[in-house]
Design a protein around this ligand. Structure first.
Ligand code: NDP
Length: 404
């Protein structure tokens, strides 16, 4: 029986993780849950999974959570915690074997580090943590021996293709070629909500348009990231940190059907791919069950039903966020943290309808340019947190100027 700490239990990744726990009660149990503001759903989850600890991001919501639990889960014995320390305690909870990181954004960084320092294995969905703080997270993993299992579907596909090769179980810091014979990774992208829109129409894209993803059901932030293709750019940086390849060997290919979840090219030109329906439960389950595979009753892939698998190169003009992400990744150091924070802030402003869709890449580019002279090549945690805060402020200031 594997004991899970589920960070961000009320989100898309968190709820799908708990669905898996419900489906496999003999394999998994929940010992810790954390959430942001959705107290009603959190209380339902407490009632069903009976965790040992529950943590909220905002301490001011604790009284409301107590009321909600009294109404929904009166038998709840869980310890209730809150704030940064509470999230960190839930992430490092002594009885947890595996921590699922489903918090959105850089807010996941400190709880993830707490889990690593406690030696926990991680199912990493919260890619922003690795992108912002790769130079901090990877040495911490090496020190603690925690294993980082990728939950992102593309990285899970790569990880699955590499099973059986002499592959280290933990993430690597090296940016050299990690495995002899591994030449290139191809990350597939659905193309997001605007895949079939002419570039000229993007100027009138609304929030409702951007959060309508053609293939995947996900949280709002990552769905907008898919529409700008920043999500794929962030995944390229994530792949660089996880698998150690140079940026020249990390490619993006548009694959509208989202059936091939990514591909690995070996030195002899052989290509391995992992296929499945676009459903995050599969990569999440693989993290939870690894190195085993559990039989499921889920719908089996039917390629005749799919009919066609198509591929095309992404349009760099239409999706400038991709080039911004590659540039930030290549610059390294604190630049990916600036890119990530600028993107989080710009997407939040877009979701609040305070900027236009096309302002997202403009603001990110402006803020990354401003950071160029201040870049730190090998930052510590404090420097990462400082540039994250600076980039958010810089985006808000620049957005205010755009709006005025
Ligand atoms: P959601 O927005 O659906 O959920 C986010 C979760 O984080 C919620 O539980 C939310 O709580 C909580 N949360 C929000 N802000 C904070 C905060 N400041 N402190 C602590 N907790 C907070 O996001 P997703 O599940 O879509 O994404 C989660 C992560 O997984 C992201 O990093 C994303 O990139 C990654 N990912 C997601 C995929 C997907 O299919 N959804 C696929 C691959 C990666 P509440 O709702 O209670 O406010």
């Amino acid at each position: 029986m594997k004991a899970l700490s589920v960070l961000g239990s009320t989100g898309s990744i968190g709820t799908q993780t708990l669905e898996i726990v419900t489906e496999f009660p003999e394999r998994f149990r929940v010992v810790a849950l954390t959430a942001g503001r959705n107290l009603e759903l959190l209380a339902e989850q407490v009632k069903r999974h009976d965790p040992e600890v529950v943590a909220l991001a905002d301490p001011e919501l604790l009284p409301a959570l107590r009321d909600q639990l009294a109404a929904t889960a009166p038998a709840c014995q869980a310890q209730l915690l809150a704030g940064a320390e509470g999230l960190a305690a839930a992430a490092a909870w002594p009885t947890a074997d595996l921590v699922v990181t489903g918090i959105v954004g850089c807010a996941g960084l400190l709880p993830t580090l707490a889990a690593i320092e406690a030696g926990k294995d991680l199912a990493l969905a919260n890619k922003e943590t690795l992108i912002a703080a790769g130079p901090v997270v990877l040495p911490a993993l090496q020190r603690s021996g925690s294993r980082l299992l990728p939950a992102d579907s593309e990285h899970s596909a790569i990880f699955q293709c590499l099973q059986g090769t002499p592959w280290p179980e933990t993430a690597r810091l090296s940016t050299g070629r990690p495995t002899p014979g591994l030449r290139r990774l191809q990350l597939t992208a659905s193309g997001g909500a605007f895949r079939d829109w002419p570039a000229a129409d993007l100027a009138r894209a609304t929030v409702a348009d951007a959060i309508r993803h053609p293939n995947w059901s996900m949280g709002r932030k990552i769905t907008v990231d898919s529409a700008t293709l920043m999500n794929k750019g962030l995944e390229v940086i994530e792949a660089h940190y996880l698998f150690g390849l140079d940026y020249d060997d990390l490619e993006i290919v548009i694959h509208p059907q989202s059936i091939i979840h990514s591909m690995v090219e070996l030195a002899d030109t052989s290509v391995l791919a992992q296929l499945g329906w676009p459903d995050m439960k599969l990569p999440i389950l693989y993290c939870l069950s690894w190195p085993e595979r559990l039989p499921t009753p889920w719908p089996r892939l039917d390629l005749a039903q799919v009919g066609r698998l198509e591929f095309r190169r992404p349009d760099q003009q239409k999706y400038p966020c991709m080039a911004l992400a590659y540039a930030a990744g290549r610059a390294g150091g604190t630049m990916p943290a600036v890119l990530n924070a600028a993107n989080e802030e710009a997407v939040a402003l877009f979701l609040d309808e305070r900027i236009h869709f096309l302002d997202i890449p403009r603001l990110i580019e402006r803020v990354c340019d401003r950071h160029r002279d201040d870049l730190r090549a090998d930052p510590g945690l404090d420097e990462v947190l400082a540039v994250d805060a600076w980039a958010r402020r810089a985006v808000r200031e620049a957005a205010a100027m755009v709006a005025s």
